[in-house]
Design a protein around this ligand. Sequence first.
Ligand code: UFG
Length: 340
Amino acid sequence: MAILVTGGLGYIGSHTVVELLNNGFEVVIIDDLSNSEKFILKNIEEITKKKPVFYPFDLKRKELLTQVFDAHKIDGCINFAASKAVGESQLKPIDYYENNLFSLINILQEFKERRLSSFIFSSSCTVYGQADTMPIDENTPLRMPESVYGKTKQMGEEILIDFAKAYHRKISLLRYFNPIGAHPSGKIGELPIGVPNNLVPYVMQTAAGIREKLSIWGNDYDTEDGTAVRDYIYVVDLAKAHVAALQRLMNDPSDETLIDIYNLGTGKGSSVLEVIKAFELANNVTVPYQICERREGDITIAYANPYKAEKELNWKSETSLEEALRTVWQWQKYLESRKV
Ligand code: UFG
């Protein structure tokens, strides 16, 4: 069984490749290295003692993509490849639409022509916007996201639903909450390029002295301690959900359309201050911070109801916030050791 993993050297992609290889799948990675690095491939091989096939090119190059489908018997696809910086997406909307949607459509053309099924799309809880009630389940109404990045996720979902319905294919839309952490081996993790936007990479770099202090974007939210609340899910748990979702699609014996949608989170919300405290406790470090104005476009609170994924995928987030944050620090130490 060969699975095409686009963006397979990226953050969630690399962890998922490890889980796929550990579960006996062959993996073909396409990654243009625009937001990832080649050493991740070597480290995946070290962790798994297996060798995924790797092609470095941009998925918009349809002729190269066709060659990959000609060269391998692809049985399914997990599509991670996408630009993902929320702020940048507002400044470069056309680039984001082109990059995130053309690449998806190019793969779906191959799937359509070759009568392939089993497609997993990495979506985001951003499709719910600020939901009226918590926790967020899959029936929570969608709101058009504020950012172009979020819109590409929502449009990607729509494209896939139409694809599945028209051609009777099986797809899974996985809506991630906030992925954090690194592999327990300390050899793969999140590689923020430049100044991190996301909370945990920023906390990591502040603890390491790379950043002077963390800015907390607002402490006047309507939450217990005034800081915004999110559902932080450990990336290895998240990666395992992909394997479970893929197996469900592949094991479905019917020829009917199957459209699976799952919220992937822990079910527990944590505030920014709680994350900082947990990081300090887990790693015995200090994280200096200052309180700043709210960040534009941020919502107050979002956490998942992961019940549907638990029931249908027989999957559960297992790792605590502290454990996940411990792997973040281990990853930082590894990155430092690479520099000397
Ligand atoms: N935060 C800070 N300081 C920072 C960084 C973040 O206080 O330096 C706060 C944010 O204001 C927010 C929380 O930490 O309240 C989490 O922020 P992240 O940027 O880590 O995550 P978001 O929930 O904002 O972003 C996530 C995904 C995006 C997705 C977005 C949609 O990472 O891919 O949800 O809301 F688009």
